[in-house]
Design a binder for this molecule. Structure first.
Ligand code: GLY
Length: 562
């Protein structure tokens, strides 16, 4: 009897362990309700998280023409769930510099780097990566056909979506550039102005491009009719794309950055994103400093000083590791983080001039992020971009494809700065086929008890927003707090803390200033975090969408059994 009982107990235990190793529920958090609905529809039709990711990414590209799309790229962090333990993969669908792009792309006759062509029009556009990523996800990870997973996006492009307050705000930011391009103005403005809230935006040309991608896979975008239109449209407007660029584009599967911190394994974006490396430095550095209360002046000082140091490294050392040598293993090591932390003066701000020269700061809000998980524990954190709102503000006629202006993430002038005033270096100089350095940081944190999945748009501030969200997660805070907490940021240059208005009390601001920090209030307009949390012990999933945006997070029970 006793052995039998122990076998039974063993079986029960095994079942319990198995039950805890998959969530049994599914959750999607995206920046737009139509994209959240699209992903849930695909999950309910029997798709897995990777099929749902295709639906979410393609639909976001339709309903957030200011944030991402087929004319852009991005990063997908994948968790393949299962009882044998999770496996992580990272799909790098970052745009590449055209083969005719070199160091002088934006220099005029007087050798001066021109800002306008680096931001507006087709010369600002890298070769898109998102279409190739969607095909790859369907081929290698999905359960449904690409046609099934793209159906909701095609429907959204045909039936239209309503202009939101976010659309209006981001459009206003780029209005002047959008007015310059007839196709962009025709599709996304009304009477050459920002459409009223609720205006229906239909994109029949984009629906047709998505249909060709669905039917023909990679060739539906990078060859044939769409490719011909892309090349004609780009070249006629002064761009340098050739068929060879489209043929050469490849997504790259990379090993994510992984490190242990705060009782979790952190899994995040590798180069060409600076995100994982910077997170490793800041989170591990924080652990080596004397403990301080979350939100206190001392804690803020520690975080700001670690941000300053890791963003300095970003500017000095980071770029596309397929083109330059980067000491990644050293930069993500705990010993290196400890060394950075040891250089912090506990009572005084370190002037950034001690590390390099000062430059001014411009703001920007861009990009999109979604987080989702299926009933089997497959999860995706994806941050996708066309860079500035409405990308290059150039839509290729006959395709509905809004081009990115991701070329501005290169250091076009290694002695200058980009639209986010990020200092750059030779490591991130333009080179044919190279990927520009990014801040996009799709991230997961996992231990036996918990999985956290998060990310956000926000240009150079993405990394520090993900950091603050991750620290809330490891602190056991609810997912709503990760996405809504007030945010602050330091990026080495310019030398100032940018803080949302509600971040610090008057006393805290005074104390930080007394330590030598410059504190600048930045309203409450940046970031649009989408996150989910799986409490493995309780068997509960929760998800949240940033209240700053118009997105939606939804947790449901699966409708179809496996
Ligand atoms: N274009 C924004 C980023 O890659 O960080």
């Amino acid at each position: 009897m006793i052995p039998r009982l122990s076998v039974l107990l063993g079986l029960l235990l095994a079942c319990a362990v198995q039950a805890a190793s998959i969530p049994g529920q599914q959750a999607v958090a995206t920046a737009h309700p139509l994209a959240t609905a699209a992903a849930h529809r695909i999950l309910d039709e029997g798709g897995n998280a990777f099929d749902a990711a295709i639906a979410a990414a393609a639909t976001l590209g339709v309903v957030e023409p200011y944030g991402s799309g087929l004319g852009g790229g991005g990063f997908f962090l994948l968790r393949q769930g299962g009882n044998e333990g999770a496996r992580y993969r990272f799909i790098d669908a970052r745009e590449t510099a055209p083969l005719k792009a070199g160091r002088d792309l934006y220099r005029d006759a007087a050798e001066e780097v021109q800002r306008d062509p680096a931001i507006n029009g087709p010369l600002a556009a890298g070769i898109p990566g998102l279409p190739a990523a969607l095909v790859h996800l369907a081929d290698e990870y999905g359960q449904l056909t690409l046609k099934q997973s793209l159906a909701p996006a095609i429907q959204a492009a045909e039936q239209g979506f309503a202009v939101s307050s976010r659309y209006r705000a981001l459009g206003s930011f780029r209005l002047e550039a959008m007015r310059r391009d007839a196709e962009t103005s025709r599709l996304f403005l009304r009477d050459n102005d920002i459409p009223a809230e609720g205006t229906l935006i239909k994109q029949p040309e984009l629906a047709q491009t998505l249909r060709l991608l669905a039917d023909q896979g990679r060739d539906g975008f990078y060859r044939g009719q769409v490719a011909e239109r892309l090349l004609t449209g780009v070249q006629e407007a002064g761009g340098v794309w050739q068929q060879a660029d489209l043929d050469a584009y490849k997504i790259i599967e990379r090993e994510p950055i992984r490190f242990a911190s705060h009782g979790y394994e952190v899994i995040s974006a590798p180069l060409p994103s600076a995100g994982g490396i910077a997170l490793a430095g800041i989170m591990q550095g924080l652990e080596s400093l004397p403990p301080s209360k979350t939100g206190s002046v001392q804690w803020t000082h520690h975080l700001v000083e670690m941000m300053r140091r890791t963003y300095h490294d970003r500017a000095a050392l980071l770029g596309d590791s397929d083109f330059i040598e980067v000491p990644v293993a050293r930069l993500v090591s705990a010993s290196y983080a400890r060394k950075l932390a040891a250089s912090i003066d506990p009572d005084h701000a370190t002037p950034s001039t001690a590390l390099g020269q000062t430059r001014p700061f411009n703001e920007g809000t861009n990009t999109t992020h979604f987080s989702l998980i299926d009933r089997n524990g497959n999860a995706v954190a994806a941050t996708l971009s066309i860079n500035l709102p409405f990308g290059a503000a150039f839509t290729v006629p006959g395709t509905g494809v809004v081009l990115n202006n991701e070329m501005d993430d290169f250091a076009a002038d290694p002695a200058g700065e980009n639209a986010y005033s990020l200092a750059g270096s030779e490591a991130n100089a333009i080179s044919p086929g190279k990927r520009p350095l990014s801040s996009m940081t799709p991230t997961m944190l996992e231990n036996d008890q918990h999985l956290a999945v998060l990310g956000t748009p926000g240009g150079s501030r993405i990394i520090t927003m993900v950091l603050l969200g991750a620290l809330e997660a490891v602190d056991g805070q609810p997912v709503e707090r990760w996405v809504s907490r007030p945010r602050f940021h330091h990026q080495y240059l310019p030398d100032r803390i940018q803080a949302e208005d509600a971040t610090f009390s008057g006393e805290q601001t005074a104390a930080l200033r007394a330590m030598g920090h410059k504190v600048e209030l930045a309203g409450r307009d940046y970031g649009d975090m989408q996150a989910l949390s799986w409490d493995k012990k309780k068997g509960e999933i929760s998800a949240a969408s940033d209240p700053r945006g118009v997105g939606e997070a939804l947790v449901t029970a699966p409708q179809k059994a496996d």
